[in-house]
Design a protein around this ligand. Structure first.
Ligand SMILES: CC(C)(COP(=O)(O)OP(=O)(O)OC[C@H]1O[C@@H](n2cnc3c(N)ncnc32)[C@H](O)[C@@H]1OP(=O)(O)O)[C@@H](O)C(=O)NCCC(=O)NCCS
Length: 90
């Protein structure tokens, strides 16, 4: 979590299943974007996952989120070929 005083201005959630890591819900308050906070939150996640021995990390990006996709690509992330995202409503 990134905070400015009492305000939460950025969040990221990550975890792993012992093999792969996952990052969820990375978001930075629009007023604080393009200041490096997103990258810093992501670095914290990746450092934690790295120290847990995780070798590969995955993120799901909605296909209409072009700005989000651009952020990930600029950080070196690549699209996964040979995988189909699947889900079910409960
Ligand atoms: C994606 C998001 C978290 C990025 O946060 P941020 O704090 O603005 O990112 P940073 O300032 O750390 O940006 C790091 C680099 O990523 C790239 N980048 C970030 N936002 C970008 C954008 N909108 N377009 C193109 N490149 C972008 C740039 O290379 C940037 O470095 P620069 O500012 O020196 O050019 C933020 O835009 C956000 O909260 N978006 C809405 C939620 C969202 O889409 N989350 C991702 C879900 S998959």
């Amino acid at each position: 979590m990134a905070i400015d005083g009492a305000a939460i201005v950025g969040v990221a959630l990550c975890g792993h299943d012992g093999r792969r890591g996952y990052v969820y819900h990375l978001a930075v308050d629009p007023a604080y974007q393009r200041c490096g906070l997103g990258r810093r939150l992501l670095d914290e996640c990746l450092n934690g996952l790295r120290s847990a021995g995780v070798k590969r990390v995955i993120i799901m990006v909605a296909d209409d989120n072009q700005r989000g996709a651009e952020f990930w690509k600029r950080q070196g992330w690549e699209e996964i070929s040979g995988a189909i995202p699947m889900g079910i409503d409960l």
